[in-house]
Design a protein around this ligand. Structure first.
Ligand code: ATP
Ligand code: FE2
Length: 329
């Protein structure tokens, strides 16, 4: 089955063609909305997606060597995300589904991050550490549902890194810039480490880091090093606790921050110490991508899930544990 996947939960508009029967990604295209300074204004990002969606979809078909006539299912990100942007992907998916007369299926973006890992690696039943710009969650399958075992109580880890980088004058996206500077750091400074039960929080740490730097109490390199060591240890503490609680022996990283090599290294160490396996995807599948949307759409369709156009309304706030899981037993 040839599936077209469409992703538009945030600043990325993505389109992918997969050969679902052979679990092969034939193309995985994307365009990212960026700004020189300041944050994202949802209506502006939505305009960007409207302007570029056909280019990205055409490019995905071309790279895959397919045409619209080959497409047998259309899958799109239905939840969660920013409403303005979700609606553009849903609109494109509905239009194509009607025009091509093929079924449509809306999927949950967070669960797609986990499912692409089960397809592309040997992971069977992992705990997902989903660390992206807006999201920071530890997710695993238990009792017939995907459950969130821990999450951020305020901002996402990527937004934290981006805000700090903006303050330090490093530009956007901040994660990769902080990673490079951290490599040159020499001394670890103890910073506030905020784990509350299974949850983490970054707001207070952000203020603390800004104050330390303003008062010239730390070099930029040492700050980046100390920040990475601290926040990644927090993420891995809650991930490890979720693994212990569920008895799962696999950890999967997902989200843009999973591209960070120090986080990958620390994850490998944690897993090794508890005799578990750590799975790391290629960067193109860590960041927001449409291949994972196509893959989850294929799993749902094959397990019998069907959607009418009237059921394809987007839901920016759907919780992970509200998703009916039809494709796992
Ligand atoms: P979502 O909508 O799922 O929350 P997103 O729109 O934030 O996703 P992603 O592409 O998943 O998009 O993640 C982007 C984030 O990843 C940014 O905050 C960026 O700084 C961070 N990032 C990218 N590369 C690295 C890296 N090497 N180290 C740390 N952070 C990184
Ligand atoms: Fe994401």
């Amino acid at each position: 089955m040839i599936i077209l996947g469409i992703e538009s939960t945030a600043h990325t508009f993505g389109a992918s063609i997969i050969d679902f029967d052979n679990k092969k990604v034939l193309s995985n295209e994307k365009m990212n909305y960026t700004t020189k300074s300041g944050g994202m204004i949802p209506s502006k990002v939505a305009d960007f997606h409207v302007e570029n969606c056909d280019k990205v979809i055409d490019s995905a078909l071309e790279k895959a060597g397919k045409t619209f006539e080959d497409v047998q299912l259309i899958s799109f990100s239905q939840s969660p995300g920013i409403g303005h942007m979700l609606k553009i992907g849903a609109f494109a998916a509905r239009t194509l589904s009607k025009r091509l007369n093929v079924p449509i299926i809306g999927v949950n973006h967070c669960i797609a991050h986990l499912e692409i890992g089960r397809v592309l690696t040997d992971a069977k039943d992992p705990v997902l550490l989903y660390a992206s710009g807006a999201n920071t969650q530890v997710i695993a399958y238990e009792g017939g549902k995907y459950r969130v075992f821990g999450e951020t109580l305020d901002i996402g880890i990527g937004n934290f890194l981006d805000s700090l980088a903006r303050f330090l004058g490093l530009g956007f996206p901040g994660g990769p810039k902080i990673q490079e500077l951290a490599k040159k750091g020499k001394k670890f400074h103890k910073l506030p480490y905020v784990v509350k039960g299974m949850d983490v929080s970054f707001g207070g740490l952000l203020t603390h880091c800004k104050n330390l730097y303003s008062q010239k109490k730390i070099s930029i390199e040492d700050l980046c090093l100390s920040v990475q060591e601290t926040v990644f240890a927090m993420l891995l503490e809650v991930s490890e606790r979720a693994m212990a609680h569920t008895g799962k022996k696999e950890l999967l990283l997902g989200g843009g921050v999973a591209c960070n090599t120090r986080l990958q290294e620390m994850s490998n160490i944690m897993c090794k110490e508890r005799d578990a396996k750590c799975f790391i995807l290629e960067n193109q599948y860590n960041v927001d991508n449409a291949a994972m949307i196509a893959m989850l759409g294929g799993m749902m369709h094959t397990s019998g899930t069907r959607q009418e156009l009237k059921d394809t309304e987007v839901n920016p706030y759907l919780r992970t544990d509200e998703v009916l899981v039809s494709w796992r037993n």
